[in-house]
Write a protein that binds this ligand. Sequence first.
Ligand code: NAD
Length: 498
Amino acid sequence: MSNLIGHYINGELTNGSGTRTQSVHNPATGAVTGELSIADADDVKQVVAVASGAAESWSQVSLSKRTAVLFKFRELLAAHTDELAAIITAEHGKVLADAIGEIGRGLEAVEFTCGIVEKLKGEYSDQVSTGIDVYSFREPIGVVAGITPFNFPVMVPLWMAPAAIATGNTFILKPSERDPSAALLLARLWAEAGLPDGVFNVLQGGKEAVDELLTHSDVDGVSFVGSTPIAKYVHETATANGKRVQALGGAKNHAVVLPDADLDMAAEHLNSAAFGSAGQRCMAISVAVAVGDAADALVDKVTALARNVTVAEGTNADADMGPLITAAARDKVLRIIGEAETDGATILADGRNLSVPGGEEGYFIGPTVVDRVEPEMSVYAEEIFGPVLAVVRVPDLAAAIKLINANPYGNGTAIFTGSGAHARTFQRGVQVGMVGVNVPIPVPVAWHSFGGWNDSLFGDLHVNGPDSISFYTRGKVVTQRWPEPSHSSGASFSFPSN
Ligand code: NAD
């Protein structure tokens, strides 16, 4: 009998009322490893009612009790890292070390929320007028839905749920259908940490479930991470339904390499940033912008490194890189490499026709380096989300910045240089949300906020850090007077002045 993967609602595992299921695969073998319950509209109504009810009591729980749960959750997460990593690798395919790294970045986000008492301190103005004080503080927004992508089944939910819960909200996680099981272990750990039933829930499903969440009147906020077209749709639909929304989208991240850079270092970092997790990271480097004389040497070095990457099942301790998530994802990458060839680009390292022993039915493709790419080619224009590094050659730094700013995305970017002046010109000139200087994947630590610009983010506030506290709360300001019993009211028909 196959493994049935269900929802987690009000502290219980359930298959819900929906009658549809969808197969979950191990991308390294193609084997079906589970059948996922797909939520229908009634399941959504049930989970929202539960989260809504739980919000009334959870929002009243003291900060010290909430903090105690967060500390315990942090310890349990750390203690279950190996179990969680094995689940990630089995359904996503990324190598175990990378899965452990993902959990580490998630832990960091939990640690940030362990200091929630500090983040929720309000402001107080004494005696703004005679006998009158004003103070402001923040309250939870209510029920938050988190809709997450396949590529970080633990880290991205942990960008959202701990901050939402720490600030007094209840949370409904709608994970990706491709790798849904990690969410259920997170649910178990929250329960073991002492979180009351109904505060953290998991709803499995696809478009129908998402649409119901986006339009349900008792959902107050939506945090989304995924591809740009869906992010845009989620933002438009949920805002039209009166919700607070942050929707992080896709990316095409450029790394600029100047002739004054340490080219060995740049090539090594480009290699890992382009091919780590098979290129399925929203902050992966997919375009190397080789400036002037740097190009020939850089291309030689990066191609040699790409040919040396060990591609194997993620559980293999020697693997640098695993498979793509689905056969469709692999076929898209194959199409784009083929088009690059027809468009006149040069394929230097070629990941097509890769053979992985034992992975003949898996969705593998090897690291691919494509040189002499032009912006109008599909290998540049599309978000590939696979192990393909496109090299665009430009004459100078100004041309590199112009190229980046003409791209519709603006998630992350990096520069490799030995010059502080060039780095500063770059940092100030690029219209991108996260910038690395000799750091290829500039994902900020969790106490800074994470977010892109342009088509990489719809909404204002980023995830993690101070923005997450603002997103999951709303401000309240109290103006108070406690008159002495003998004091006359002093009420006036005119607008008050001090
Ligand atoms: P996706 O957009 O296909 O799916 C994301 C979520 O949306 C999933 O939960 C899915 O079930 C749901 N969904 C899919 N189609 C939908 C529809 N038509 N209507 C409503 N809901 C729908 O993304 P993915 O393939 O799972 O993840 C990869 C994408 O996510 C890439 O584009 C990547 O760049 C992006 N991403 C961005 C960030 C970031 O921080 N900006 C982080 C991780 C991933």
